[in-house]
Design a protein around this ligand. Structure first.
Ligand code: 8YV
Length: 329
């Protein structure tokens, strides 16, 4: 039997599925430090990860390893140049999380604009003594301009939801989406700078790449309206969190909603001191059904890539399909 490592706690029934095909080592505890992950992968044929960094040194130390299946759509934790050089397949879990993640983007944007957590903290602290006409005023969402940075599958799902709120949509993306999609979504392309100047609510849904590091920093925040909100459900590192904390403190922008952070699970301490930010612990895809679908899809990829199951040799979500069928190097 081929050997695999499941590097994170996942649903036990998915572990049972994997045990049908493989000799499974399961880390049902905290995330493994890099050297421990490397040590455990040394004799494995495949692995299931969820955001764990995998690079050249780990691959070099694991000569049998042929596939690493990430339980996430984002795979910035994989050094894909190293995967390609070693002929190791990487897989991810796109599509199954689009709608759940778009729902959460809306929840976070609305909580941010309408100051839900800030006002709840006020209530819980016993400070609510009277109704006031000017308590917790925020910007409207309906009828405003939504700026979507990253018009991929999740960005488009967010845009579709905006119809019911009668919003204008401007978007920025590496490349323009097809004219039919622009027309269907009623979304107009803008440069990043134009979008930041124009949008009332900016939502970030772009993948993290080295080029996207600090795509939103002090200079970009300075372009936004003082009444605008910023929501990040993409990846830590896309926003300069220190610059954002300062912009929130100085009220350069009205508020922010953050589900992802630079260096998470650590959060920049300055973000914890400003009231006008809603903070959640990377849960945008966390519905029961979606996390189950992601875990099962990661397992499907692993099973198929290691030549087992009904799709043997044809994993559904190869990131670097060119390595399929090539010998390890
Ligand atoms: C994952 C995510 O749960 O899919 C992604 O890219 O950000 C989340 O849905 C998280 O990355 C853990 O792997």
């Amino acid at each position: 039997m081929q050997k695999i490592l499941v590097a994170r706690p996942i649903f036990p029934d998915v572990i049972d599925r994997l045990k049908h095909y493989f000799d499974v080592e399961w880390n049902n505890g905290d995330a493994l430090p890099a050297d421990e992950l490397t040590r455990r992968l040394a004799d494995k044929d495949g692995a299931l990860t969820a955001g764990d960094p995998v690079g050249a040194a780990t691959l070099a130390a694991a000569p049998r390893l042929r596939v690493v299946a990430n339980m996430a759509v984002g795979y910035n934790n994989f050094d894909m140049a190293a995967f390609n050089a070693a002929n190791v397949l990487g897989t991810n879990t796109p599509d199954v999380l689009n709608e759940t993640t778009a729902d959460f983007g809306w929840a976070l944007m609305m909580a941010t604009a309408r100051r839900i957590t800030e006002s709840e903290h006020f209530l819980r602290a016993g400070k609510w003594e009277k109704w006031a006409h000017d308590a917790f005023l925020g910007p409207d969402v309906y009828g405003s301009t939504l700026g979507i940075v990253g018009m991929g599958r999740i960005g488009q799902a967010i845009a579709r939801r905006a119809k019911g709120f009668n919003m204008r949509i401007v978007y920025h993306n590496r490349s323009r989406v097809a004219p039919e999609i622009e027309a269907e979504l009623n979304a107009e392309y803008r440069t990043k700078e134009a979008l930041l100047r124009e949008a009332d609510h900016v939502v970030l849904v772009l993948p993290y790449t080295p080029e996207n590091h600090h795509t939103i920093g002090a200079a970009e925040l300075a372009l936004m309206k003082p009444t605008a909100t910023l929501t990040n459900i993409a990846r830590g590192g896309i926003v300069d969190d220190a610059a954002l904390a300062e912009a929130l403190r100085a009220r350069r922008i009205a508020a922010a909603g953050l589900d992802v952070f630079e260096g998470e699970p650590n959060v920049h301490p300055a973000l914890l001191t400003v009231p006008n930010v809603v903070l959640t612990p990377h849960i945008a895809s966390a519905s029961e059904a979606t996390r189950r679908a992601m875990a099962n899809l990661a397992a499907d990829n692993l099973i198929a890539a290691l030549g087992e199951g009904p799709r043997a040799g044809r994993p559904p979500n190869p990131i670097n399909p060119d390595v399929l069928g090539k010998a390890r190097s």
